[in-house]
Design a protein around this ligand. Structure first.
Ligand code: GAL
Length: 421
């Protein structure tokens, strides 16, 4: 054997010992910045990383804790400003297009074409990752924001059935309160308030007005009485958390549902993934329905990975990553853990849990209303989203503020953003 062959053979033995079984060979490492740090999020990311390793792509983790990506988005900005962008970032919705405008995002047209994304992805998803004719991110999963989780054991013990209307919800809340159980998980974190608000708003306003408010951003529409009703309901929902509502992580809220100290939770279906990661079963321990008034509607947030441009020249590996994460196998494995659903319309979702099947089928049905989340950056940029969330926070924490005053402030935020479309 020639010297080089000996060297290669020795190297392969060494690598065999040094790399985990799923990694066939060492690949090119990609620095991935994201905010998946809870149990289910971590597991879902690890699942992806294992799948990528078999394709020679190494996931170098740069996770920044903080629900809704509040901290991650800031860290990403500062890394880019310092000239040290990660290779891959969890950039979603409008943040993605802003970064693409600055020339920081690598187009993925070649991989999208090779993998026929225009045929296999849901059109709404493809639209979301297409900007000025370029495909600019690899979509991972669709989260359903208008999800109401409930504690099956408590409901069974008290003879309750999951609410289909706000009237039923109120009755259930009262019965839970009488039993000393907190009816609804609540957090004063602004992004969580915004998450609950947009689901209530969709139910009150319906998809047409919701789009005028959130997508077309007509400031005058914010004075509509249906917005007032949504704000009133939001205020009432907050009272259900007890005397002293607090800012708590969404995982702490999910824990209350898990340990029977709360009856219901309104949160994107990643909370379902979390309950499952803790060992809870969606058929025995908890269940899910849509937030009252949003039957047949899908308020979505789509997680996407963008490949950033850098001097490191890792385009081939970045393309490989995009190809793997959109593949049917990775889609099913990742979304099963994450609590989301595949972005592809050609996968068999029969092995997913009931909430996921309903989410995927609603998203797929031509007649459903698919509307984008504001709280999760699908409809407006970071600044508008933060200003809306901050206004909601002010309204909710200052109980003297009339809903109409909050409406005026929200309308002003939208008007000032100059984004009326
Ligand atoms: C969302 C994101 C989800 C989940 C959630 C909680 O913005 O789309 O994947 O991570 O935040 O942090």
């Amino acid at each position: 054997m020639k010297a080089f062959a000996w060297f290669a053979w020795g190297l392969s033995l060494w690598l065999g010992a040094a790399w985990p079984a799923h990694a066939q060979a060492p690949g090119v490492p990609l620095d991935v910045l994201h905010w998946w740090t809870s149990a289910s999020e971590r597991r879902a990311a690890d699942q992806l990383s294992a799948q990528l390793a078999t394709a020679g792509v190494l996931w170098k983790d740069a996770a920044i804790p903080g629900g809704g990506g509040m901290a991650a988005v800031k860290v990403l900005k500062s890394r880019v400003l310092l000239g040290d962008p990660p290779d891959v970032a969890q950039l979603i919705g409008t943040t993605l297009t802003e970064w693409a405008d600055m020339g920081l995002v690598m187009p993925l047209n070649a991989v999208a074409q090779r993998q026929r994304w225009s045929q296999v992805l849901f059109p709404t998803v493809l639209d979301l990752v297409t900007y000025k004719g370029d495909v600019i991110a690899a979509p991972l999963g669709i989260q359903r924001i208008n999800t109401l989780l409930y504690n099956r054991k408590l409901f069974a013990r008290l003879g309750l059935t999951p609410p289909r209307s706000w009237g039923q919800f109120e009755l259930i809340a009262r019965k839970l309160q009488v039993q000393g159980v907190r009816p609804l998980v609540w957090s004063d974190e602004p992004w969580q308030m915004a998450t609950v608000f947009e689901t209530v708003l969709l139910g009150e306003a319906g998809p047409t007005l919701y789009r005028e408010l959130i997508v077309q951003r007509k400031s005058s529409a914010w004075m509509d009485p249906r917005v007032e009703r949504a704000l009133q309901r939001l205020r009432w929902l907050r009272t259900l958390s007890g005397d002293n509502p607090q800012e708590k992580a969404w995982t702490d809220g999910a824990r209350e549902l898990m340990n029977d100290s709360a009856g219901m939770m309104i949160m994107g279906d990643w909370a379902k993934g979390e309950l499952m990661a803790w060992g809870a079963s969606p058929t025995k321990d908890f269940g899910c329905v849509v937030v009252p008034g949003t039957e047949g509607m899908h308020l979505y947030s789509v997680d996407t990975l963008a490949m950033l441009v850098s001097a490191r020249q890792r385009e081939a590996t970045q393309e490989k990553m995009a190809e793997v994460v959109v593949s049917p196998t990775a889609q099913l494995a990742y979304n099963r853990i994450k609590g989301a659903v595949p972005v592809r319309r050609d996968v068999d979702v029969s092995s997913l849990d009931g909430c996921a099947r309903d989410s995927w089928e609603t998203f797929a049905a031509p007649r459903s209303a698919r509307v984008p989340s504001l709280a999760h950056r699908m409809a407006a940029d970071e600044a508008i989203k933060d200003a809306v969330a901050q206004t909601l926070w002010r309204f909710l924490t200052d109980t003297r503020m009339e809903p109409q005053e909050a409406q005026r402030r929200l309308a002003a935020v939208i008007r000032a953003s100059g984004a009326e479309r």
